[in-house]
Design a binder for this molecule. Sequence first.
Ligand code: GTP
Ligand code: MG
Length: 195
Amino acid sequence: LFAGPVDFVKGVVAMSGLPPADRAEVCFAGRSNVGKSSLINALTGRKALARASNTPGRTQEINYFALGDSHYLVDLPGYGYANAPLPKVAAWQALLKQYLSGRVTLRRAFVLIDARHGIKEVDEEILSLLDSAAVTFQCVLTKADKVKAKDREAVLTQVRGKLAKHPAAFPEIILTSSEKGDGLATLRATIASVG
Ligand code: GTP
Ligand code: MG
Protein backbone atom coordinates (compact mmCIF):
# COMPACT_ATOMS: atom_id res chain seq x y z
CA LEU A 1 0.00 0.00 0.00
CA PHE A 2 2.90 2.35 0.74
CA ALA A 3 5.15 1.00 -2.01
CA GLY A 4 3.40 2.94 -4.77
CA PRO A 5 2.80 6.67 -5.07
CA VAL A 6 0.89 8.48 -2.33
CA ASP A 7 -0.94 11.51 -3.66
CA PHE A 8 -2.64 14.46 -2.02
CA VAL A 9 -6.27 14.40 -3.14
CA LYS A 10 -7.97 17.38 -1.51
CA GLY A 11 -8.52 19.45 1.60
CA VAL A 12 -12.10 19.36 2.86
CA VAL A 13 -13.83 22.06 4.95
CA ALA A 14 -17.39 20.70 5.02
CA MET A 15 -18.98 17.25 4.98
CA SER A 16 -20.42 18.06 1.55
CA GLY A 17 -16.87 18.29 0.21
CA LEU A 18 -15.84 14.74 1.12
CA PRO A 19 -14.74 12.61 -1.82
CA PRO A 20 -17.10 9.83 -2.97
CA ALA A 21 -17.29 7.06 -0.35
CA ASP A 22 -15.94 4.46 -2.76
CA ARG A 23 -12.98 2.98 -0.90
CA ALA A 24 -11.75 2.11 2.57
CA GLU A 25 -10.25 4.91 4.60
CA VAL A 26 -8.32 5.32 7.84
CA CYS A 27 -7.69 8.59 9.63
CA PHE A 28 -5.23 10.11 12.07
CA ALA A 29 -6.93 11.96 14.92
CA GLY A 30 -5.33 13.47 18.00
CA ARG A 31 -4.62 16.61 19.99
CA SER A 32 -3.14 19.57 18.16
CA ASN A 33 0.62 19.17 17.80
CA VAL A 34 0.65 15.45 18.71
CA GLY A 35 2.37 14.65 15.41
CA LYS A 36 -0.37 13.53 12.99
CA SER A 37 0.97 15.26 9.90
CA SER A 38 4.58 14.36 10.72
CA LEU A 39 3.60 10.71 11.00
CA ILE A 40 1.97 10.77 7.56
CA ASN A 41 5.18 12.19 6.13
CA ALA A 42 7.30 9.60 7.93
CA LEU A 43 5.07 6.70 6.81
CA THR A 44 5.18 7.80 3.20
CA GLY A 45 8.82 8.86 3.23
CA ARG A 46 7.82 12.29 1.93
CA LYS A 47 9.10 15.24 3.95
CA ALA A 48 6.37 17.72 3.12
CA LEU A 49 3.39 15.74 1.85
CA ALA A 50 1.35 16.82 4.88
CA ARG A 51 2.17 20.21 6.40
CA ALA A 52 3.60 19.91 9.88
CA SER A 53 4.77 22.64 12.22
CA ASN A 54 5.42 23.46 15.82
CA THR A 55 2.30 25.67 15.97
CA PRO A 56 -0.72 23.75 17.38
CA GLY A 57 -3.56 24.14 14.90
CA ARG A 58 -1.46 23.76 11.77
CA THR A 59 -3.84 21.42 9.96
CA GLN A 60 -7.23 23.11 9.58
CA GLU A 61 -8.85 21.00 6.88
CA ILE A 62 -9.57 17.30 6.46
CA ASN A 63 -6.73 16.33 4.14
CA TYR A 64 -7.16 13.30 1.92
CA PHE A 65 -4.25 11.26 0.60
CA ALA A 66 -4.68 8.33 -1.77
CA LEU A 67 -2.74 5.13 -1.06
CA GLY A 68 -2.76 3.51 -4.47
CA ASP A 69 -6.36 3.29 -5.63
CA SER A 70 -7.72 1.21 -2.78
CA HIS A 71 -7.40 3.34 0.37
CA TYR A 72 -7.54 6.88 1.62
CA LEU A 73 -5.33 8.07 4.45
CA VAL A 74 -6.89 11.09 6.13
CA ASP A 75 -5.04 13.75 8.11
CA LEU A 76 -7.40 15.54 10.49
CA PRO A 77 -7.23 18.90 12.25
CA GLY A 78 -6.27 18.50 15.89
CA TYR A 79 -8.54 18.89 18.89
CA GLY A 80 -7.80 20.69 22.13
CA TYR A 81 -5.74 23.87 22.28
CA ALA A 82 -4.97 25.50 18.92
CA ASN A 83 -3.16 28.68 18.09
CA ALA A 84 -5.86 30.04 15.74
CA PRO A 85 -8.93 32.33 15.93
CA LEU A 86 -11.68 30.84 18.08
CA PRO A 87 -14.53 30.80 15.51
CA LYS A 88 -12.22 29.01 13.10
CA VAL A 89 -11.26 26.45 15.71
CA ALA A 90 -14.92 25.88 16.61
CA ALA A 91 -15.77 25.29 12.95
CA TRP A 92 -13.08 22.70 12.36
CA GLN A 93 -13.76 20.92 15.65
CA ALA A 94 -17.43 20.57 14.66
CA LEU A 95 -16.40 19.21 11.27
CA LEU A 96 -13.97 16.80 12.92
CA LYS A 97 -16.75 15.35 15.08
CA GLN A 98 -19.15 15.08 12.15
CA TYR A 99 -16.48 13.29 10.15
CA LEU A 100 -15.55 10.85 12.94
CA SER A 101 -19.14 9.91 13.61
CA GLY A 102 -20.59 10.08 10.11
CA ARG A 103 -18.12 8.81 7.52
CA VAL A 104 -19.46 5.46 6.35
CA THR A 105 -16.21 4.25 4.78
CA LEU A 106 -14.07 5.04 7.84
CA ARG A 107 -12.70 1.61 8.77
CA ARG A 108 -10.46 2.60 11.64
CA ALA A 109 -9.48 5.80 13.41
CA PHE A 110 -5.90 5.90 14.60
CA VAL A 111 -5.91 8.11 17.68
CA LEU A 112 -2.47 9.56 18.25
CA ILE A 113 -1.35 10.08 21.83
CA ASP A 114 1.86 11.80 22.91
CA ALA A 115 4.03 9.11 24.53
CA ARG A 116 5.15 11.63 27.15
CA HIS A 117 1.61 12.41 28.30
CA GLY A 118 -0.66 9.41 27.77
CA ILE A 119 -4.44 9.74 27.37
CA LYS A 120 -5.84 13.07 28.61
CA GLU A 121 -9.38 14.24 29.35
CA VAL A 122 -9.72 15.87 25.92
CA ASP A 123 -8.78 12.54 24.28
CA GLU A 124 -11.43 10.73 26.33
CA GLU A 125 -14.13 12.88 24.76
CA ILE A 126 -13.09 11.75 21.27
CA LEU A 127 -12.74 8.11 22.33
CA SER A 128 -16.29 8.19 23.70
CA LEU A 129 -17.55 9.74 20.48
CA LEU A 130 -15.93 6.87 18.55
CA ASP A 131 -17.56 4.35 20.92
CA SER A 132 -20.96 5.93 20.25
CA ALA A 133 -20.40 5.91 16.50
CA ALA A 134 -19.07 2.31 16.62
CA VAL A 135 -15.88 3.30 14.82
CA THR A 136 -13.02 1.00 15.79
CA PHE A 137 -10.06 3.01 16.96
CA GLN A 138 -6.46 2.17 17.70
CA CYS A 139 -4.02 4.20 19.78
CA VAL A 140 -0.67 5.16 18.33
CA LEU A 141 1.84 6.68 20.73
CA THR A 142 3.93 9.42 19.11
CA LYS A 143 7.32 11.02 19.81
CA ALA A 144 8.72 7.85 21.40
CA ASP A 145 12.18 9.39 20.92
CA LYS A 146 11.31 11.87 23.66
CA VAL A 147 10.63 9.16 26.24
CA LYS A 148 13.38 7.10 27.87
CA ALA A 149 13.03 3.35 27.35
CA LYS A 150 12.57 2.81 31.09
CA ASP A 151 9.60 5.22 31.21
CA ARG A 152 7.69 3.72 28.29
CA GLU A 153 6.06 0.87 30.20
CA ALA A 154 4.33 3.31 32.58
CA VAL A 155 2.67 5.16 29.68
CA LEU A 156 1.65 1.90 28.02
CA THR A 157 0.07 0.79 31.29
CA GLN A 158 -1.90 4.04 31.61
CA VAL A 159 -3.13 3.81 28.02
CA ARG A 160 -4.02 0.11 28.30
CA GLY A 161 -6.02 0.81 31.46
CA LYS A 162 -8.01 3.61 29.82
CA LEU A 163 -8.63 1.66 26.60
CA ALA A 164 -10.14 -1.20 28.60
CA LYS A 165 -13.16 1.03 29.27
CA HIS A 166 -13.83 1.70 25.58
CA PRO A 167 -15.80 -0.89 23.62
CA ALA A 168 -14.58 0.45 20.26
CA ALA A 169 -10.89 0.25 21.18
CA PHE A 170 -8.66 -2.14 19.27
CA PRO A 171 -6.32 -3.44 21.97
CA GLU A 172 -2.93 -3.28 20.27
CA ILE A 173 -0.99 -0.04 20.89
CA ILE A 174 1.72 1.05 18.44
CA LEU A 175 4.67 3.07 19.72
CA THR A 176 6.12 5.34 17.03
CA SER A 177 8.68 8.02 16.35
CA SER A 178 8.50 10.03 13.15
CA GLU A 179 11.99 11.30 13.92
CA LYS A 180 13.69 7.94 14.53
CA GLY A 181 11.43 5.60 12.57
CA ASP A 182 10.24 3.38 15.44
CA GLY A 183 6.99 1.57 14.74
CA LEU A 184 6.58 2.80 11.15
CA ALA A 185 6.75 -0.64 9.55
CA THR A 186 4.20 -1.97 12.05
CA LEU A 187 1.86 0.93 11.42
CA ARG A 188 2.15 0.58 7.64
CA ALA A 189 1.32 -3.11 7.88
CA THR A 190 -1.62 -2.37 10.20
CA ILE A 191 -3.06 0.22 7.83
CA ALA A 192 -2.66 -2.18 4.91
CA SER A 193 -4.52 -4.88 6.86
CA VAL A 194 -7.56 -2.64 7.40
CA GLY A 195 -9.73 -3.48 4.41
P1 GTP B 1 -1.94 19.94 14.13
O1 GTP B 1 -2.02 19.87 12.65
O2 GTP B 1 -1.67 21.32 14.63
O3 GTP B 1 -3.10 19.31 14.81
O4 GTP B 1 -0.61 19.12 14.62
P2 GTP B 1 -0.09 17.67 14.19
O5 GTP B 1 -0.67 16.66 15.11
O6 GTP B 1 -0.30 17.44 12.74
O7 GTP B 1 1.46 17.78 14.55
P3 GTP B 1 2.69 18.00 13.55
O8 GTP B 1 2.91 16.76 12.74
O9 GTP B 1 2.52 19.28 12.83
O10 GTP B 1 3.90 18.05 14.58
C1 GTP B 1 3.93 18.94 15.67
C2 GTP B 1 5.35 19.11 16.16
O11 GTP B 1 5.83 17.89 16.74
C3 GTP B 1 6.35 19.47 15.05
O12 GTP B 1 7.26 20.41 15.57
C4 GTP B 1 7.05 18.14 14.78
O13 GTP B 1 8.37 18.30 14.30
C5 GTP B 1 7.05 17.48 16.14
N1 GTP B 1 7.08 16.00 16.04
C6 GTP B 1 6.19 15.24 15.37
N2 GTP B 1 6.50 13.94 15.47
C7 GTP B 1 7.62 13.86 16.23
C8 GTP B 1 8.44 12.77 16.69
O14 GTP B 1 8.20 11.59 16.44
N3 GTP B 1 9.50 13.12 17.48
C9 GTP B 1 9.80 14.38 17.81
N4 GTP B 1 10.86 14.60 18.59
N5 GTP B 1 9.06 15.43 17.37
C10 GTP B 1 7.99 15.18 16.59
MG1 MG C 1 -1.33 18.50 11.32
